[in-house]
Design a protein around this ligand. Structure first.
Ligand SMILES: C[S@@+](CC[C@H](N)C(=O)[O-])C[C@H]1O[C@@H](n2cnc3c(N)ncnc32)[C@H](O)[C@@H]1O
Length: 313
């Protein structure tokens, strides 16, 4: 593996996200999605000698890469785990609370660019798509075992694909003749079931849907936001960068819920729910990459950053 973090992955909204994250240079921070370690590297440069970073990744490649990148920096702890286990890991490390948490969601360029991982429809490879290769269900397994209706639901819900039923039907027909085990076979079936205009967009949506399902990305995100926020000390910051509307909706709703006070039904004369606002947003709408960054790194185009400060336990 090339030991060059820009080659592994170019970090998105790098300066802005770390600026928003750090409140105390001697604090404890969580990078829930290490990838090529670009965000953690800048974060460490902003911390003093007592600062600490727990960097999570569920992908062995990222963990090995980070272990080399941060070797010799005692402030960095690389954790090979899904960040959904955050509470347990903090408990094991006897960390009662954290000063900030960063989540830079989705897959890295490294994962997309390695054909054997099966994340991209642009390369021939096995239909794997697991970020954590110790889990058991691959995209090929999902395709082989799901009913037509289940597949259509996956494509519609996680890919927002309008042709979901037609594509699901074509997959079920194709898999009776031969197992669909690689990206090229799936691309063929999708191509036969969708109009040629916007074909790449259809392929991208179906591959995204399968990836989200294989890694339970949305369920994991909801549970991680809740745990990360509980672990955060009052005054600490949570920064989340998402890359598609499904993720962003979850992040937006999470912050909105935590930022509201009373949720009593309308016309209730006196508040009985007692809900207090626990978040203050650190920006007005959301933050996007500027044209310069998008030119250098097209992946930044879809990025949306949302950040909030915990203001109440
Ligand atoms: C977009 S990349 C992060 C890039 C990173 N910020 C950088 O500067 O290079 C996402 C990384 O997070 C990992 N990842 C995604 N979801 C995860 C989760 N729930 N738990 C742990 N790692 C996760 C992926 O394996 C991938 O390496």
């Amino acid at each position: 593996m090339q030991h060059d973090d820009a080659r592994y992955h170019i970090p998105v909204l790098l300066e802005r996200s770390i600026e928003l994250l750090v409140t105390d240079p001697a604090g404890v921070y969580v990078d829930g999605t290490l990838g090529g370690g670009g965000h953690s590297r800048l974060l460490l440069s902003r911390l003093g000698e007592n600062g600490r970073v727990l960097g999570f990744d569920q992908d062995d490649d990222a963990v090995q890469f980070a272990q080399k990148l941060f070797a010799g920096d005692a402030r960095m702890v690389v954790v090979r785990s899904n960040v959904v286990h955050l509470s347990d890991v903090l408990h094991q490390h006897e960390i009662p609370s954290i000063d900030g948490i960063l989540l830079d969601l989705g897959v890295s360029s490294h994962q997309l660019d390695i054909p054997e991982r099966g994340f991209s429809f642009r390369f021939e490879g096995p239909l794997d798509m697991r970020m954590d290769r110790e889990t058991t269900v691959t995209a090929a397994d999902l395709i082989a075992r799901s009913t037509e209706e289940e597949l259509a639901n996956i494509f519609f819900t996680y890919g927002e694909e309008r042709n979901s039923r037609r594509i699901a039907r074509a997959i079920v027909q194709a898999r009776t003749g031969r197992a669909l085990k690689d990206t090229a076979a799936l691309v063929d079936v999708i191509a036969g079931a969708s109009p040629p205009v916007h074909r790449n967009k259809t392929l991208a949506r179906i591959f995204q849907a399968l990836r989200i399902a294989v890694n339970d990305e949305l369920g994991v995100l909801e549970r991680t936001l809740a745990q990360g926020f509980e672990a955060l000390r009052v005054g600490g910051h949570m920064v989340v960068i998402s890359y598609h509307s499904l993720e962003d909706r979850i992040v937006k709703q999470f912050f909105r819920h935590e930022a509201t006070t009373c949720v009593c039904p309308p016309r209730t004369p006196v508040c009985v729910c007692g809900k207090v606002a626990r978040v203050k947003m650190l920006h007005s709408k959301h933050i996007e990459a500027d044209e310069n960054e998008i030119r250098r790194n097209p992946r930044a185009r879809s990025a949306r950053l949302r950040a909030g400060q915990k203001i109440h336990a």
